[in-house]
Design a protein around this ligand. Structure first.
Ligand code: NDP
Length: 434
């Protein structure tokens, strides 16, 4: 704690992992003597840098850029870039730490990393975003590479930003290579990558439900956020016969009791990805309620998919969800539930899938994008989707293997933490005290 002062979210993420891993480590002393968990909490490398750029008024703006290279025991660092004004060292370290476990769970050879900037893309012109991305990549290019570190998108970083950054890398290095994932289809991207996190979170919910002979068909679903992960979660829920009744952004929530159908989803995609508007416009267009300043968790649902940001479900939200009959939580976002909220879910014995397992589909398909780039070929939509489904199924099985208690209840938090830990820990021990 002394070494990582003020890094609240990092402490939160580490504490959860340490608490759930301690009994396992006590039973397996080789992990204790090698101090492997202690080593895993210290990033291999942290890069922080100035990003100056010129806005449309000709004024110089200054932001801070980061890349946390957390753990490379099982493969090159891999994890998204987040552009959001709340970004700081502690948030990126929590994300990089979680990412290491998540990547291990996918079974693909990817280490853990995360990065980004406190730059706020909201309200910026395309040209401003491009100049920022170019300046950001001018420094980042020194530290990444197809066998070293391969960033992807996250909050505030989608296809547009990946494109500007890829272009700048190529310009500086005179090299066309897979240094980022989430690329456009025409220039090295993979089919299903934009969809993967949302689809994966729904596949994971479905896997959990199948353990109780249940399915998504006919269920009411509350989703938070309205960005990449939220949009494709809606798409997959519709396809599997469920009804999504909420979406949100940082200003509020829309509640559509009739459900968001394909046409309404197209409207949301156009609104958020092209016009970059606010979700409140949905309420005006379809004459439904808008809950200003509120999150979706007071709305009755069977399934909740938090797909916005960290700590967006607090203990009161968790109690309300459970009281209203919600019995499946599959986290599209990273650490969206506070520790007290997780306690409520586990005590209630509902199906609770933590982000590092439930949202691993995105990085899994990023791993498949890296493979396609390395092989210089492109797999079809069906091939990638089939691989994604197998990976989500395997992650679920790993969670069950390590998380099932004597009563038959599956604690997916314990399962994901142990399942993710073993491969990294064994690799670190094999590679010496590094
Ligand atoms: P986007 O930027 O596409 O969308 C983020 C959404 O969440 C927006 O609707 C945004 O609203 C809302 N949001 C962001 N910050 C806050 C906040 N502080 N309070 C309330 N709402 C907020 O990001 P993604 O969909 O890519 O990411 C969403 C979550 O999923 C994140 O936790 C991310 O780490 C996680 N994730 C993403 C993956 C991916 O492949 N993209 C992979 C695995 C996890 P607004 O427009 O108002 O900011």
């Amino acid at each position: 704690i002394a070494r990582n002062q003020g890094e609240t979210e990092f402490h939160q993420a580490v504490k959860e992992v340490v608490e759930s891993l301690m009994p396992f480590i006590e039973e397996n002393p080789e992990y204790k003597f090698s101090k492997v968990l202690e080593r895993m909490t210290e990033p291999e490398r942290v890069i922080m840098f100035r990003v100056s750029w010129i806005d449309d008024k000709g004024e110089i703006q200054i932001n801070r850029g980061y890349r946390i290279e957390m753990n490379s025991a099982i493969g090159p660092y891999k994890g998204g870039l987040r552009f959001h004004p709340t970004v700081n060292l502690g948030i990126l370290k929590f994300l990089a730490f979680e990412q290491s476990f998540k990547n291990s769970l996918t079974t693909l050879p990817m280490g853990g990393g995360k990065g980004g900037s406190d730059f706020d893309p909201k309200g910026k012109s395309d040209n401003e975003v491009m100049r920022f991305c170019q300046s950001f990549m001018t420094e980042l290019q020194r530290h990444i590479g197809p066998n070293t570190d391969v960033p992807a998108g996250d909050i505030g970083v989608g296809g547009r930003e990946i494109g500007y950054m890829f272009g700048q890398y190529k310009r500086i290095r005179n090299e066309f290579s897979g240094i980022l994932t989430g690329k456009g289809l025409e220039w090295g991207g993979s089919l299903i990558r934009p969809e993967a996190t949302g689809y994966g979170a729904v596949y994971f919910a479905n896997e959990m439900m199948q353990t109780r002979n249940d399915s998504i068909k006919g269920k009411t679903v509350a989703i938070s956020g309205s960005g990449n992960v939220a949009q494709y979660s809606v798409e997959k829920i519709i396809e599997m016969g469920g009804k999504v009744v909420t979406l949100s952004d940082s200003n509020g929530t829309i509640y559509d009791p009739d459900g968001i159908d394909e046409e309404k989803l197209q409207y949301v995609m156009e609104l958020k990805n092209i016009r970059r508007g606010r979700i409140s416009e949905y309420a005006e267009k379809y004459s439904v309620s808008y809950l200003e300043g509120q999150r979706p968790w007071s709305i009755e649902c069977d399934i909740a998919l938090p797909c916005a940001t960290q700590n967006e479900i607090d203990v009161d939200d968790a109690r309300t969800l459970v009281k209203n009959g919600c019995y499946v939580i599959s986290e599209g976002a990273n650490m969206p539930s506070t520790p007290e909220a997780v306690e409520v879910f586990l005590e209630s014995k509902i199906l609770y899938g933590p982000g590092k397992a439930a949202n691993a589909g995105g990085v899994a398909v990023s791993g498949l994008e890296m493979t396609q780039n390395a092989l210089h070929l492109t797999w079809s939509r069906e091939e990638v989707d089939a691989k994604l489904q197998v990976i989500m199924k395997n992650i679920h099985e790993t969670c069950v293997k390590y998380g099932k208690d004597e009563t038959g209840f599956v604690n997916y938090v314990v399962g994901a933490n142990i399942g993710g830990f073993i491969k990294i820990a064994n690799s670190m021990i094999a590679q010496g005290y590094v």
